[in-house]
Design a binder for this molecule. Structure first.
Ligand code: TNX
Length: 531
């Protein structure tokens, strides 16, 4: 900060801009009009709020209070206050934000809208405000502005693969805050896979006693090939999950759990060999890719996973539960007398129909439990019960097929929004996996496939960016892969269809300062950052 001038008490010169400014918000608000002047936020500024918007108020107090030394106590509405007001003409997630020299006024349709208004307000402050502290005493200046804002899509999601690489609880909570900052509202947690089972299930303790830990193997293989050669493990207890779910809910984020079946299950089979097709015990998977070891189709296996889902449903109150369904090699079923018997009994022609039958056991179970099943686009093969939502990852084919059949869809094509893929062709990028998905191409992603009619496209709930972690071995690396592409993605799912990348880049300069202040180790636009 500048040294204090003898003529001007520092307490009287509001601290504003340096690299912030009214029109630097990400995701960009739908309508934004800047004006002259500013609101001065003082240490004793009060908040007058509709009682229904207590979440937003609590969050503002927590985010700004300690670092900026603001008390933000409740007080009567009047000049010089921050006001949160309900507006009957606005949708649940919509808000208007008006900053004048006299007041900050957030009008919102519901608690989520008020929360998003509060998030935008924070971004109007100088990027410094994103530090945990210590910051100056203020007063702080908020530039005058009029904003009207609402999301384009209801599903603004991110998948984090905590199965391949366990993300400790506190790191996950930090990510939830980062998602909230970008007005994202779904966290899809990929909790189980061949290489790890990360969710405590009381009825089957070996799932985490055995399935959460993998040993080193193939030591010596190059890190960017099939194996990483390192032991690894960790899992969330049920108390951890309750905390994560509540923390997310406080920030209007729904956690969608995924129990991937019947493929991507070697960790479960390692814990309970009777779930598999072979008469041998298997280790928790140590190689990446699609693995032949899938679940068997016997009654006890179906019952086992229904019992797993019972505990999942207790922990995750959201509507959607993902049952995976992706990448299921059928070789072991072809060789299995039990699978052949099942097919005979049900009159199924091939193993694809068997997979469809398997998936249906769980989609129907979830529907009977009052939930909405969600799965990767392979679950379309063989037909799906109504009320099932499809995650379309293999191009747009799944999205188009599902929408035409009347299923809701979340689009996440691997060619566009897989944030585990590298960000440029520069050899200095960390572990160069996948094709190049640049910031600009993420920004250009359109969630609604062009083949769909307007009527059909109502089934596109939104999109999600998927962060698989086979090759992301630390939180630093996760930050690097996620940001700033997730900021671009947030604008795709929040903002209007027509977007301007040059304008996004301009605002990104301020946003990078915000991320820096938060300690996010994003990839700079200028090129790879060596660690
Ligand atoms: C495909 S997308 C997978 C994941 C991998 C990912 C790597 C999907 C449903 N399955 O198991 O982690 O590719 O990019």
């Amino acid at each position: 900060m500048n040294s204090a001038s003898p003529f001007e008490s520092p307490a009287e010169s509001p601290i504003g801009d340096p690299m912030g400014g009214a029109d630097t918000v990400i995701p960009r608000p739908v309508l934004i009009t800047t004006a002259e002047g500013c609101f001065v936020l003082r240490h004793d500024t009060v908040i007058a709020s509709d009682p229904a918007f207590e979440h937003a108020v609590r969050w503002l107090r927590g985010a700004l209070g300690p670092a900026m030394r603001l008390t933000l106590l409740p007080g009567p509405r009047g000049p010089g206050t921050i006001q949160l007001v309900r507006a009957a003409d606005l949708a649940e997630e919509a808000y208007r934000l008006q900053v004048t020299s006299g007041a900050v006024r957030i009008e919102a349709g519901g608690p989520a809208g008020a929360f998003y208004g509060a998030q935008t307000l924070r971004q109007l402050l100088p990027p410094e405000a994103f530090r945990a502290g210590p910051l100056g005493h203020g007063p702080w200046s908020v530039p005058a502005v009029t904003i009207a804002d609402a999301p384009r899509f209801a599903w603004r999601g991110v998948l984090i693969d905590v199965a391949r690489r366990f993300l400790p609880k506190n790191d996950l909570l930090r990510y939830i805050d980062l998602l909230a900052m970008h007005k994202l509202n779904v966290l899809h947690l990929h909790l189980t896979d061949d290489q790890g089972w990360r969710l405590e299930i009381k009825r089957f303790p070996r799932l985490t006693e055995v399935g959460a830990w993998r040993r080193e193997s193939n030591v010596g293989a190059a890190v960017h090939e099939k194996y990483d050669g390192r032991p690894h493990g960790g899992y969330y207890t049920q108390d951890d999950i309750r905390e994560i779910v509540a923390y997310a809910a406080d920030r209007f984020i729904t956690v969608v759990p995924e129990i991937d079946m019947p493929g991507h299950t070697q960790a479960a089979i390692a814990a309970y060999p009777e779930l598999g097709n072979l008469d041998e015990s298997l280790p928790v998977g140590t190689s990446w890719g699609v693995i032949d070891n899938v679940l068997n189709v016997e009654d006890h296996t179906i019952a086992f996973f229904k019992a797993v889902l019972d505990e999942v449903l207790e922990l995750f109150p959201g509507d959607y539960v993902c049952i995976g369904g992706d990448e299921v090699p059928k070789e072991q079923w072809r060789d299995s007398p039990a699978a052949k018997e099942r097919m005979r009994e049900l009159g199924l022609r091939d193993e694809d129909e068997l997979q469809s039958w398997f998936v249906r056991q769980f989609t129907e179970y979830l529907i009977a439990c009052g939930r909405r099943p969600y799965g990767w686009d392979e679950i379309l093969e063989g037909g799906l019960p109504r009320g099932t939502t499809v995650a379309s990852w293999r191009g747009t084919f799944g999205a188009v097929t599902a929408a035409r059949l009347g299923h809701d869809v979340v689009t996440c094509p691997f060619t566009e929004v897989y944030l585990d893929f590298r960000q440029s062709g520069d050899p200095a990028e960390p572990v160069p996996i996948g094709s190049i998905i640049s910031l600009e191409s993420v920004y250009g992603f359109e969630p609604v496939p062009s083949e769909l009619t307007e009527e059909e496209s109502r089934h596109i709930l939104g999109a999600q960016a998927n962060i698989w972690t086979e090759h992301i071995d630390s939180v630093r690396h996760l930050d690097y892969m996620a940001f700033p592409r997730l900021a671009a993605f947030a604008e795709v799912v929040w903002g209007p269809r027509r977007r301007d990348f040059a304008d996004f880049r301009r605002r990104l300069r301020s946003h990078e300062r915000r991320l820096e202040a938060l300690g996010v180790e994003f990839r700079p636009e200028s090129g790879p950052r060596p660690w």
